[in-house]
Design a protein around this ligand. Structure first.
Ligand code: ATP
Ligand code: ATP
Ligand code: MG
Ligand code: MG
Ligand code: MG
Ligand code: MG
Length: 298
């Protein structure tokens, strides 16, 4: 209640707005999912239903915060959400943005659980943590997503080889761990190929590349530079100092208002027709980020 003698405690709340014009990434990660996945008998190394549930929860976050989040990338029990650098969501307050995204994601995960695991009731309420990191420019944003996708690859290659040794090779988990100690990428490819007849590169893309969610135009064939904000070029107008130019000034103002309204309409139309795409493609190379024939929605 405002105006009481207690209201001063409000002053203990510190501002935590993030500076304008920088990219924000919120990464959420399942708490103790090693145990959680075992408890709910996730298939190893990759349970497709568990991944689809993560993707569904992430799509819920993106739809709920349409216009604020441009892109998301998920693997295993984590998801990264890229907020537009122009976003004014919660006045860019860090704690509000992070907690809201974590909460949206978690509730959607629980809400949709029965759709993906109809025969496996939830044993415990799952939880996720979240952090918000500020990235100053597009180059670092790209490196951030490359880092996450490289991580997907490294983990997946390891896990695929590990579980092949255990499930098909009859090794114990300890023996498999030992066998993989000190191996490099090519050794694991070789083990998979020669001992289990598995061509790693032919495994499902969702396992190898993770999942990328991106808003695009309905007509766009290729997703492009979703992290990049379209620069709003402000019309400076003509500075008129002479009073007799008042009429002309009004006319120009009218034109400007017209232009503004048209711009707004265009933006809204774009948002209405935006389609959320789910991809399992490479996002480390240039192709994904290059401008496509149809520009991205966000
Ligand atoms: P922390 O609380 O520190 O995040 P964690 O147990 O969640 O601990 P992570 O490093 O986040 O550890 O790893 C998540 C683990 O969840 C993976 O190692 C894997 O065992 C399991 N996991 C997540 N998604 C899947 C999936 N789709 N299929 C099989 N296992 C999964
Ligand atoms: P914001 O998203 O800004 O928090 P809000 O709609 O949640 O907006 P609050 O100031 O948090 O607004 O107020 C919560 C509102 O939820 C209350 O004003 C009331 O209308 C409703 N509400 C919450 N709990 C109850 C309850 N137990 N019984 C009836 N109404 C409730
Ligand atoms: Mg963690
Ligand atoms: Mg985790
Ligand atoms: Mg994790
Ligand atoms: Mg409220």
């Amino acid at each position: 209640m405002a105006g009481t003698r207690f209201a001063y405690v409000r002053n203990f709340e510190l501002p935590d707005s993030v500076i304008p014009s920088v990219y924000l990434v919120v990464r959420i990660d399942g708490k103790g999912f090693h145990k959680f996945s075992a408890l709910h008998s996730f298939a190893k190394p990759n349970d497709p239903s568990a991944l689809e549930l993560m993707n569904t929860a992430a799509r819920h976050v993106m739809s709920s915060l349409k216009g604020h989040i441009a892109l998301a990338f998920g693997e295993s029990d984590e998801y990264s959400f890229l907020l537009r650098k122009s976003t004014t969501l919660y006045n860019r307050r860090e704690s509000k943005i992070t907690t809201h995204i974590v909460s949206l994601f978690t509730s959607a995960y629980v809400f949709n659980w029965p759709r993906f695991f109809p025969n496996t009731p939830l044993q415990v309420p799952p939880s996720f943590d979240g952090r918000l990191v500020v990235y100053p420019n597009e180059a670092v944003v790209r490196d951030y997503f490359s880092w996450r996708q490289a991580d997907t690859h490294i983990n997946n290659l390891y896990n695929t080889t590990f579980w092949a040794l255990v499930l098909q090779g009859g090794l114990t988990e300890q023996q498999a761990t030992k066998q993989l100690e000190g191996t490099v990428s090519s050794d694991k490819h070789e083990i998979l190929h020669s001992r289990f007849g598995v061509n790693y590169d032919r495994l499902e893309a969702i396992f190898r590349k993770g999942t990328t969610l991106v808003w695009t135009h309905a007509t766009a064939e290729v997703p492009a530079i979703p992290g990049k904000d379209e620069e709003e070029s402000e019309d400076e107008g003509t500075v008129l100092v002479n009073a007799k130019d008042e009429k002309l000034r009004r006319k120009l103002q009218g034109k400007r208002a017209d232009k503004q309204a048209k711009k707004q309409e265009k933006k809204e139309r774009k948002e209405r027709t935006a389609v959320l795409r789910t991809l399992h493609c490479d996002i480390i190379g240039d192709e994904f980020w290059l401008p496509a024939p149809s520009p991205p929605t966000i």
